[in-house]
Design a protein around this ligand. Structure first.
Ligand code: HEC
Ligand code: HEC
Ligand code: HEC
Length: 142
């Protein structure tokens, strides 16, 4: 084989490898695109003004702090309702609050968390929307 024949072969080989290994690197860790948390749930789609329980900026940065606060309020002080800055009332609850609107946990919460390799342990006890209740999990709505 003459040396000038090598180039198309290498290009062909690169394309072949690219195609055959595509499924592996496309979904592989670092190569995946940044998360796009989806807001197109039934409840959010019906909202006239699409607002969270606090500003988007605050929620993006501090939802874990808010959740902590909610847990303390609910469990220690039995405050079951949260009033937003705009005067709206929401149940202080992961399931009946956050996940009522964000019912697409896999396409919302998990999108971001998977991206940074975070696995909040909350779902050991709390139900995520797709799951059926088991006796070991927290019963909601009582
Ligand atoms: C070991 C089990 C367990 C784990 C893990 C857990 N929780 Fe809970 N959580 C409970 C129980 C039990 C209650 C009380 C339920 C009630 O009184 O409505 C509760 C209540 C709450 C409440 C208020 C009520 C409600 O229905 O949501 C919030 C908010 C909450 N937890 C958030 C969290 C978050 C956020 C995490 C993860 C960082 C978490 N929890 C992890 C067991 C757990
Ligand atoms: C009444 C429906 C509703 C409830 C309840 C709700 N959210 Fe939201 N959430 C939204 C909407 C709508 C947006 C988009 C806000 C915007 O674009 O300004 C949003 C935005 C967010 C964001 C920012 C997403 C991004 O792209 O940066 C996070 C994080 C979030 N919510 C988490 C939560 C958590 C955690 C709870 C419970 C403590 C909660 N939400 C409760 C409707 C809700
Ligand atoms: C816009 C991206 C984004 C969305 C959407 C999002 N999170 Fe998070 N979440 C994060 C990041 C980033 C952290 C880690 C922050 C840190 O460690 O300072 C985090 C941390 C948390 C933690 C603390 C866990 C721990 O182990 O420290 C909880 C609880 C949590 N998120 C719950 C939720 C819930 C419930 C939803 C959906 C209703 C949600 N998040 C949606 C980005 C997001």
């Amino acid at each position: 084989m003459k040396i000038y024949d090598a180039k198309p072969i290498l290009v062909g080989l690169a394309i072949f490898l690219g195609i055959t290994t595509f499924p592996f690197w496309y979904n592989g860790g670092k190569a995946s695109p940044p998360p796009e948390p989806k807001l197109d749930t039934p409840v959010i789609s019906k909202m006239e003004k699409k607002e969270c329980v606090a500003s988007k900026d605050y929620m993006r940065k501090s939802h874990m702090a808010l959740l902590n606060e909610w847990r303390t309020e609910a469990v220690r002080k039995a405050n079951r309702y949260y009033v937003t800055a705009g005067g709206k009332l929401y149940p202080v609850s992961l399931q009946r609050g956050c996940l009522k609107c964000h019912s697409n946990k896999a396409d919302f919460c998990d999108q971001c968390h998977n991206y940074i390799g975070l696995k909040p342990y909350c779902w050991d006890c709390h139900l995520s929307p797709q799951e059926k209740k088991t006796t070991t999990q927290v019963a909601e709505g009582e």
